[in-house]
Design a protein around this ligand. Structure first.
Ligand code: TA6
Length: 300
């Protein structure tokens, strides 16, 4: 059983990473030459990432609550082993259980370029096995520096194929959602979940002036969140994913959520690298699937 004490004894690295307790949960605090970040061991949930001298890139709700078994609003929730509602069991948690169960630290390293690498493994429980009775291992690797790399690896350790849906459900910080444009999805077909899951096609960049909840598919290109007021673009590169979700709850839904903060929806947008809808992944025995992203900031 990992504790703050034994985590710091085994995995802390000076000028890179240490562990602390926050609202009853264990958190890895990263502070290196290039960036600061924080990762809650519950869900291996990266909560913040701020390159030095920059505005935060990953957004955490000012009203986010850290509580055992509860999802944290913001950061990069790990959605696994399904995305969205469970296909048949309405009482199973939306976006799977990975983000609300304990993970264990399995490694930390100071990289040559000054970044910090950490690896976490999901700890299965009776409850997770009841919802997901398959032999497999889930490992998240993160490299935190001038860019943020995340690799969600599913290894099928069983003797039959498994089919998963997953996502790195990233919340990005923006100056003002009304001024932001999302490039890289032009021409892509999408399911418009706000309009009865109608099938549509994206024309040009995505702008947001109302609730948006779209699953874009056949999308492999980088996305760019263009933020003129902060004179930056956030580049989202990915591998192992052919679907992308863009979400902003807008005012009505935001007010009902209770953990998005007073006007939180103005300052965030989710651009999620997913295996969602028909883009689920079937993994053969002893094979693995990796969902990998790189987030980077470019001035403009
Ligand atoms: O990714 C978009 C979405 O599926 C939305 O429909 C909304 O439910 C959002 O995820 C947040 O879900 P959560 O379970 O974290 O409140």
């Amino acid at each position: 059983m990992q504790t703050i004490k034994n985590l710091n004894a085994r995995y802390a690295i000076a000028n890179h990473v240490s562990f602390k307790e926050s609202d009853g949960l264990m958190v890895a605090e990263i502070d290196n030459a290039h960036a600061t970040a924080s990762i809650c061991l519950q869900g291996a949930h990266l909560m913040t990432w701020t390159p030095k001298g920059q505005q935060p890139v990953i957004w955490l709700s000012p009203a986010a609550k850290l509580a055992p078994g509860k999802s944290i609003r913001g950061g990069v929730p790990v959605c696994w082993p399904w995305f969205g509602p469970h296909a048949t069991q309405s009482n199973f948690p939306g976006h799977g259980f990975a983000r609300t169960v304990m993970w264990e630290v399995i490694g930390t390293r100071a990289l040559k370029d000054g970044a910090t690498w950490l690896a976490f493994r999901l700890v299965p429980t009776e409850a997770t096995r009841a919802q997901w009775p398959h032999s497999c291992e889930l490992v998240l690797q993160v490299a935190i520096g001038t860019t943020l790399d995340m690799d969600l690896g599913t290894l099928n350790t069983g003797s039959t194929p498994i089919t998963i849906g997953d996502a790195l459900h990233a919340y990005f910080a923006v100056s003002d959602i009304a001024q932001v444009a999302i490039h890289g999805l032009g021409g892509a077909p999408y399911i418009d979940k706000v309009n009865g899951s109608a099938q549509k096609q994206q024309a040009g960049p995505v702008s947001i002036d109302q609730e948006v909840d779209r699953i874009y598919y056949n999308t492999g290109r980088d996305c760019l969140i263009e933020d003129p007021a902060w004179k930056r673009r956030i580049r989202i590169a990915k591998l192992g994913s052919r679907s992308t979700v863009v979400w902003n709850p807008w005012v009505e839904k935001a007010n009902k959520m209770g953990d998005l903060g007073e006007d939180g929806y103005h300052h965030m947008v989710c651009v999620e690298s997913t295996n969602a809808a028909d883009d689920v992944m079937t993994i053969a025995p002893q094979q693995e699937h990796h969902l990998w992203v790189r987030y980077a900031v470019e001035a403009f």
